[in-house]
Design a protein around this ligand. Sequence first.
Ligand code: ZN
Length: 444
Amino acid sequence: MENTIQPVPFIQGLFEYLQASPTAFHAVRSSAEILSLNGFQRLEESDDWGELAPGSYYLQRNNSSLIAFHLSVPPRASRGLRMAGAHTDSPCLKVKPQPVQLNHGAIQIGVEVYGGALLNPWFDRDLSLAGRVSWHREGGPLQCSLLDFQRPVAVIPSLAIHLDREANEKRSINKQTDLTPVAMLAPDGAAIDFSELLKEQLLQEHPGTEGAIILDHDLFFYDHQPPSRVGLNQELISGARLDNLLSCYALIRAAVDPPAQQDLLIVLNDHEETGSVSSSGAQGPFLRSVLERLYPEPEQRLRVLAQSLFISADNAHAVHPNFPQKYEANHLPQLNRGVVLKKNANQRYATDSLSGGLFKLLCSKAEVPVQEFVMRNDMACGSTIGPLTAAAIGVATVDVGIPSLAMHSIRETAGSLDGWYLYRALATFFQEKPECLTCREDQP
Ligand SMILES: [Zn+2]
């Protein structure tokens, strides 16, 4: 396919995106910047959209979810929408409302575990802090700003092996007592005012916010180490939040390089890692409400959805060479061998033979290899926004993702080619003529 970006620039762009996106809020901001640079106009949910002229648009909800779409000339009901989605959040440690603890000369920041984090890798890392704060000035309106300290500000030290001789055999983690990051020392025995600290950071990042009174915060610790290419031939990439910012980046890039030709819609949802139940999550009404505004007539909307396909992109498990027994022996996705089609008989993934068949056709047009994954019967299967979206709006859905290792660790590993493969498949999806992608039942 012409006009698509090549693997190396894709990885460079991905690394910049990951670095600029330590939280879901920042991922939405990074995505919005790429969309704006490529001619997408911002809409506000609170505005009257009227009859939208043909063109490209995007909107945000809660600063942490985003929908972008491109619509060509009316009448629109005669065509399906190319839809694709991913999630902006990743498992991590979230700062508690009143976080400061003074323990034995150390000032620590209390955290809650967000999502299904793999906790062992969080120890002995250079942690930075980012997120959103709400604030006001005396008598003034509520405002909100994103913060990113962009430097190591805390660490969770391991307990030395001399004090826990069974650590290598039996180490378990108490989330309340073992995980509290150390942020600074208190030689004078005094604690700190966390709001003052945030106020100083706000002023540093957003000049002109003098006099701000911090009201509340959504702050998350993240690994300060940048993503990198790894391997003797640089076949691997390693970094935080590959699940699922790699998919978010592939989706956004596919919508702008090359510019959209078909009617398309991208949804990036927050809160997938905690079950998707929120105003901006996939079990909330965000996507449905946008579709209702784009296609106000119910019959028109149903006709469009009946001709549409939703690609849910979320990372898959590549076979781990040290633990092959944890995988289904006939379904062992490998790194750099292409996009993974995910299936589950109990609808934990939404793929079926129609949507799966369409995705395979699409990948063959894009010259992208496809692998297949199914979980072992004696292990629980994960899920994605795919089945939730399919159930919420009634659209044919396929669950796909790039193969990866160490999912939900603070640092995950993937192949250097698979993200680009996903991007190529999605770019082809957004360009192909309608007849190539119509999913019709009972046709000879
Ligand atoms: Zn995910």
